[in-house]
Design a protein around this ligand. Structure first.
Ligand SMILES: *Cc1c(COP(=O)(O)O)cnc(C)c1O
Length: 225
């Protein structure tokens, strides 16, 4: 598919200069075919995100020999009955969506199944929208972070959030959400004496996230369509 390859290459080349060496790009490949993932991999890209454990597991299995250096990131809502399946995914690199303390504790209980370290991000609900998951207060976040640092194979890497979807002024709202996450991150870093990252920004608001200093932008739609 030479045309598809050329097309995806222009997508990658248009975004990489905007990262200015500061942020990393996570290509969100949910619902996209493994052929497209392979194209990005052959262009040198390594980090891919999925939001459903089943789909992640199938894709990771299908690509593990052809893409031995791929790094998979789970970014979607995680149900505790999927933890064992998730931790068995080949080349699992990070879980961005650890949304409450109960889930965190179950993940830690299951971490012996991992053959290698996996990064975790605590999801913070900055938008306060009902359907969004995540920790709601600094206190809850801090309590979870203190538990997370006791894990052995799971490594607390940072905080994740999503900007507000339904709003009159989404640019202003996204800016507020991302600034809030950075404030929480700075407080936690000071309290725990750790260096943490932020995972924030999607196709519609990644430029705002970059302005606020995001370490990981998660782009789906604009990388493929
Ligand atoms: C789908 C998804 C993305 C990517 O969204 P796009 O708008 O397609 O860029 C990022 N983060 C999460 C958690 C997602 O579920």
């Amino acid at each position: 598919m030479p045309d598809r390859g050329a097309y995806l290459k222009t997508k990658l080349n248009s975004i990489l200069p905007k990262l200015t060496g500061q942020a990393s790009l996570l290509i969100v490949s949910k619902t996209r075919p493994i052929d497209d993932i392979k194209i990005f991999y052959d262009l040198g890209h390594r980090d891919f995100g999925e939001n459903r454990v089943q789909e992640l597991q199938e894709k990771a299995e299908a690509l593990k020999d052809r893409c031995p250096e791929i790094r998979w990131h789970m970014i979607g809502h995680l149900q505790s009955n999927k933890i064992n399946l998730l931790l068995s995914v080949p080349n699992l690199s990070a879980i961005h969506s650890v949304h409450d303390e109960e889930l965190l504790e179950k993940l830690i209980k299951a971490e012996d199944k991992l053959s290698h370290p996996v990064d975790i991000f605590l999801q913070f609900n900055t938008s306060k929208e009902e359907e969004k998951s995540g920790f709601e207060t600094y206190h809850a976040l801090c309590e979870a972070a203190e538990i997370a640092v006791t894990a052995k194979k799971l490594k607390l890497r940072g905080l994740m959030t999503m900007g507000t979807l339904r709003t009159e002024d989404f640019e202003k709202e996204a800016g507020r959400c991302f600034q809030d996450l950075v404030v929480e991150k700075n407080k936690l870093e000071a309290e725990l004496g750790l260096k943490l990252q932020t995972s924030m920004g999607m196709s519609q608001d990644y430029e705002i996230a970059l302005r606020e200093g995001s370490d990981w932008i998660r782009l789906g739609t604009m990388m493929f369509a």
